[in-house]
Ligand binder design. Structure first.
Ligand code: NAD
Length: 311
């Protein structure tokens, strides 16, 4: 039995290259038969489209049957704005924005309705984050930086649900991507990004209730383990975090984006029809641990054999 998304239409917001979770989720949705569109940040849109046309993503687009998955549409989206009036003039007049029409969340929902009609959407994945002061400790974060992180990385999900749920048909599904730093301290995840992830997870529960009752749709979050995407590489600490996970997680493996994508697609699929308001950890189990492993812990507990030898 396979997850069959034939006849479903999906939107992944936050895809600008083939190196992050968004691309892997888009590919896996397509692999399961969904028609997939993406929404891309205007400053990254030209280069994304150019690289796509030049075939630079072809290796990543390849599906197990050998075909290349295609996008039904690419929408411009700056998730920091709900309406054009909210965007400052210097943004609206910026060439990379001006040439794209309405790049706001309201603009996205109107463009979607014009292109595909009402009752035309089944799956929305919020796969974007931005914190301008992410490299600063929370204690040293400015009010503006903190609010920008929450606005783009958490409120955007509220706004996507409120603007796109009316376009959903049947029992649609929303999913956002979060990180353990919203629940526990991950030194270096600063600038209010930890607060944004905590808000995203709390909002998941409230949105599940409200949008479930009003529209009959589901709202979930997926807490992914670390992955060296473009966004995660900004801090320069990603390799240290990856090594920590490999050394201390119950499953001492490096997380693959496809593993996150498969869990994401399951949560968005009819197979998860009774799952809503939840945050699912897909992190090789690290969230379950409360202590880093000491040098002798595995031997002392009799857990030290390499996995290959015990299998
Ligand atoms: P990524 O760089 O592939 O994705 C981030 C995307 O956000 C980019 O496409 C970027 O253009 C977009 N973006 C930034 N500001 C935007 C804005 N104002 N409007 C619209 N789009 C905007 O990186 P990723 O790591 O795959 O991140 C995807 C999601 O996964 C994020 O929510 C991230 O916090 C989450 N996540 C990542 C990790 C990790 O270690 N990589 C771990 C857990 C959760």
């Amino acid at each position: 039995m396979q997850i069959d998304l034939g006849g479903k239409r999906a939107l992944v917001a936050g895809v600008a290259d083939d190196g992050g979770f968004g691309f892997a989720i888009a590919r896996t949705l397509a692999q399961c038969g969904a028609q997939v569109s993406v929404a891309t940040w205007p400053p990254a849109l030209n280069i994304f489209e150019t690289l796509w046309k030049r075939g630079k993503f072809d290796a990543s687009r390849r599906l197990p049957d050998g075909s290349l998955f295609d996008l039904e549409s690419v929408f411009p989206l700056d998730a920091a704005y709900d309406t054009l009036e909210q965007a400052p003039l210097n943004v609206r007049n910026n060439r990379r924005y001006a040439e794209r029409g309405d790049f706001t969340i309201q603009g996205l929902s109107e463009s979607w309705r014009r292109k595909f009609g009402a009752a035309s959407l089944d799956i929305v994945v919020h796969c974007l984050a931005n914190g301008p002061e992410v490299l600063r400790p929370l204690m040293d974060t400015s009010r503006a930086g903190y609010l920008a992180a929450i606005s783009t990385s958490a409120y955007s999900n509220v706004s996507l649900v409120s603007h796109l749920a009316p376009l959903m048909r049947g029992t649609g599904s929303f999913l956002s991507l979060t990180y353990l730093a919203g629940e526990r301290v991950v030194p270096g995840y600063g600038g209010g990004m930890s607060s944004a992830k905590a808000a995203l997870e709390c909002d998941t529960r409230y949105l599940a209730f409200e949008a479930g009752r009003r529209y009959g749709v589901r709202v979930n979050a997926l807490s992914a383990g670390p992955y060296a995407s473009r966004a995660a590489s900004v801090s320069g600490m990603i390799h240290e975090v990856l090594s920590y996970y490999e050394a201390n997680a119950p499953l001492p493996n490096r997380l693959d984006a496809t593993e996150v994508a498969r869990a994401a697609v399951f949560l968005c699929s009819p197979w998860a029809s009774a799952i809503t308001g939840t945050t699912l950890h897909v992190d090789n189990g690290l969230h379950a641990m409360a202590k880093a492993l000491g040098p002798n812990d595995l031997n002392w507990l009799g857990l030290g054999q390499p996995i290959a030898e015990t299998a």
